[in-house]
Every structure is written in C-alpha cells, then in structure tokens.
Design a protein around this ligand. Structure first.
Ligand code: GLY
Length: 354
C-alpha cells in the first residue's frame, strides 16, 4: 500500500500539485465539517478546482461518523453527477478522513481521494494507512475497508495554534510510535517540551512519527501481523474511552492512549522484562503533562468487561495486548489474565500519581 505523504507549510500549493498529478480537471468534492470548513478551507483555497468544488459539510463529532452521514455523502455524489473519475478531498480530523475515505472507497466501487488532516491526531494516525469506516450499532469503526488515500497532505499550517487538549491527544500517538521505533526516538519524544510546543520541533517530530506508521503499514497493510503493533496502549485506551462515554464524559482518544501506554508498559515489564527505568521515564512524562486518569479500583471489573469485548480478541477469555521487550522490540498478541491487568492498573495508577 504505497501512499504518498507530503509534509508542507503551504497546503494549498501541495493540494494543487496533487490534483495536477491526478489529472483532476474539476470534478471535485470536498468533505468537511462545519468547524474545519470555517477554519481550514480558507487555507487550501486559491485553486479554481478547490474554489469551485462541491462541499459536503457534516456536523463535527464522532457520533456523526454514521450510516446517516454516509448516506448523505453518497446521495450528494449521486445527485451532483460524480463519476468514477471524480476526486474527493477529505478536509478534517479523523472523523472526516474515516467516513470520507469509506464513502470514496464504496461509491461506484471506488473513487480517488486525498486526505488533508486538520488535527494533529488525524495527521499522525487516522489519515495515514488506509483504514476507513463508520461506527455502527454503537460500535466504533464496525463497518469499513482498507482504502488508501492517493496522497495525504500533512501541514503544520493547521496545527499552529492547537488547543492544549488536542496537542496532548495527538502526542499520545507520537509516544506510541516512538516506543515502537527505537530508544532514540523515545528519548527525543520525551525531551519535547509540551508546555512550550515549539512548532518547528513539533513538525520534525510529526514527520518522524508519521514515518514510523508509514513503514509499519507498508510492511503489513492489512494488519495480518506487524500492523497489530500499532495497538500498543489501545486495549486499555479503548476501555478508558468506553468507561468515560458510559459516564457521559468524552475522553480524547490520544489522552486515553497515553494512559493506556503506561498500563501496557507495566504489563510489558511484568511479562517481557521491559526496562523499569524506561517505564518510569514514560510514566513521569505522562504524569507531568497529562491530566490524571479518571478511574479507580471500583472501575476495574467494568474496564475488564470492556477489554473482553475488544475487536482484537479471539475469545472473551483471552484479552489481547501489544507489549514491548524494549523500545523498538514489539510482541503482538500477548494474552494477559484479568488478575494481572488489575495488578497493572494498580501500578499504573501509582506511577501516574492517582
Ligand atoms: N490506528 C491503527 C492503525 O492504523 O492500524
């Protein structure tokens, strides 16, 4: 799954070049949400194909990554004469790149699309690697397909003035990629000052981080093996997100991932001898920069129930984790018992100062 990823300060110019490369003469549709239409569409304007494009504007929020919104997109494409030669530009966060990619992959058995991720989290994860889909029957990403964008335009122009929560959320995935990559990448990620967030340094870290995901996806595009390593931190993170949802709170994905990484590194230490000084260093970084996780021992049984329903499991009795022997040395498909997960929660809460 070769995917072109362009890092640029000038997203409008990069998009013009990509449209030229695709031979796109004007049959263009932009899928966006009301926030990104207001804040980000002006940053890609200037080309007559963009300025004259049809715009499908969805309501923001993951709830709208739904069959209803998908049907709205298909309907628009049908009514506006889109053909197999049309091009779609997905301009937004992960919600837009997921549903826009799936709409493009399924309309007339597939039209070409370009992703322009406008959140740090989407640039690092969702927009890259070809996973597309919608939520269905209350389950996240239940229906979807692997369909790579022709290109992904990653631009610091969109991440210049990030709200802190968005920065932290994106950085959760940066930590994950650094841990999967090497001790050096992890060292660099832990040195970054999140309270200052120097844009030039962040751009460099972003480029390296996306590079890690690109390499993994290139080797295992359909997640038969190595790509499962990208689930590091996610078994616990999805449970934290589900617990928050049940309590009527939203937990930004990458913040849950940062907490989930600490749980997974504790399990890595217990099962695979992951070095305790590195575990302490990552946990200190998360404790100093991130809000404390909102769970205590009364929540353990419910968190474990959520984990038992995780898509990655082969049976409800076998909770599946991606663990590490050391940074850059990954072991996928590790089965961990509920008893040991409770121990890991205790240790992780202690490390995170909860
Ligand atoms: N977000 C994990 C993956 O793309 O495989």
């Amino acid at each position: 799954m070769a995917q072109k990823i362009i890092f640029t300060d000038t997203p409008a110019r990069a998009l013009t070049e990509q449209l030229d490369e695709l031979g796109c003469k004007g049959a263009l549709t932009i899928i966006t949400d009301s926030n990104t239409r207001r804040d980000c569409l002006p940053l890609i304007s200037g080309d007559s194909r963009i300025d004259g494009a049809g715009v499908i504007e969805l309501e923001p929020g993951d709830d709208n990554k739904s069959l209803t919104s998908l049907s709205e997109i298909w309907n628009y494409l049908c009514c506006h004469g889109a053909t197999r030669h049309s091009v779609i530009v997905n301009l937004g966060g992960g919600m837009i790149t997921d549903i826009g990619g799936f709409a493009a992959a399924t309309f007339k058995r597939g039209v070409r699309f370009i992703n322009v991720p406008t959140s740090l989290l989407a640039a690092i994860d969702a927009a890259v690697g070809g996973k597309t889909g919608i939520n269905f029957n209350g389950l996240k990403n239940e229906i979807g397909s692997f369909a790579p964008a022709c290109s992904v335009i990653v631009s610091s122009a969109f991440y210049g003035t990030l709200p802190r929560t968005e920065l932290l959320s994106g950085y959760g995935e940066v930590l994950k990629h650094a841990l999967l990559d090497s001790p050096e990448a992890l060292g660099q990620a832990l040195e970054f000052d999140l309270s200052e967030a120097d844009p030039a340094l962040l751009s460099g870290i972003l480029e390296n981080s996306v590079g890690v995901k690109r390499r993994i996806v290139a080797e295992d595009p359909f997640e038969h093996g190595l790509r499962r390593s990208l689930n590091l931190g996610h078994t616990a993170a999805h449970a934290f997100e589900s617990l928050a949802m049940e309590a009527g709170r939203t937990e930004p994905h990458g913040i849950a991932v940062a907490h989930g990484i600490v749980v997974d590194l504790v399990l890595s230490h217990l099962n695979l001898g992951f070095p305790s000084d590195t575990l302490q260093a990552v946990a200190s970084f998360v404790r100093e920069n991130y809000p404390a996780p909102a769970f205590d021992c009364k929540d353990y049984p419910r968190l474990i129930e959520f984990m038992q329903h995780d898509k990655k499991n082969t049976s409800p009795d076998a909770i599946n984790f991606t663990l590490l022997r050391k940074p850059g040395d990954v072991q996928t498909d590790c089965i961990v018992s509920p008893e040991q997960i409770k121990v890991a929660f205790d240790i992780a809460r202690d490390l995170l100062g909860v």
